[in-house]
Ligand binder design. Sequence first.
Ligand code: ZN
Length: 266
Amino acid sequence: MRRIEPHIHMVTRTTDDYEAMARAGFEVVVEPAFWAGFDRGTSRGFADYYHQLTVAEPARAAIYGLKHYTWICLNPKEAEDLALAEDVLQIIPDFLDRDNVLGVGEIGLNKNSRNELAVLERHIELADQRGEMILVHTPHLEDKRKGTLMIMDAICNHSGIDRGRVIIDHAEEHTVGEIKDRGFWVGLTLYPTTKCTPARAVDIIECYGADRTWMASSADWGPSDPLNTVNAGLEMLRRGHPQALVQRVLWDNPVEFLSQSPRFKV
Ligand SMILES: [Zn+2]
């Protein structure tokens, strides 16, 4: 089966991970911009990170035969300093023009604060003006449902944005239904033990169907597993789901969504 990892933070991963992914049949990795594990202090730090995402990491991925795409934004975790956020928003359009960039992401909320919402709104405006696709990060644990609704409301205020070109990631049992009802795509990000495990993700597919849904490992600098979508596929087969459904969730759907960007080719 052909494989794609539609949400992973390769800058935090070792070359062993690239090798393991290549061996498992992965052809493409897609890397949204995110928090580095520490707050960057200047827009220069962000420019260096965006350079890494658009130049250095694609070159590293290519060594292992993987195509690398990315999304650019300022992460909600770093949105509290509004002056810095404004500086960073000034440099983002230049990077959105680069060849491996699919859109604005992963934007969203972390603690659902006023400043996070202000910076989210600036990103949505930018995406609306430029006709960019959007990848959304939703808060974890107790903030998730409220934050997901706030984000969807903010996007729905922009009538020019096609919800079929927006994916709401880190979705869980209590948010998937409303995300689908509003016409957005659903991302299920898998974690080894915390948050959404492969087994829970398969439960969600069984409850809500596979339409407009992808799974990703979202592997980063924390406990995570870049091959976790393989585990989810095996869990689907173990429960008796057909191979075609596995392929739909793990390959067809992400490729269909991402192919809405003219830059995305597999
Ligand atoms: Zn992420």
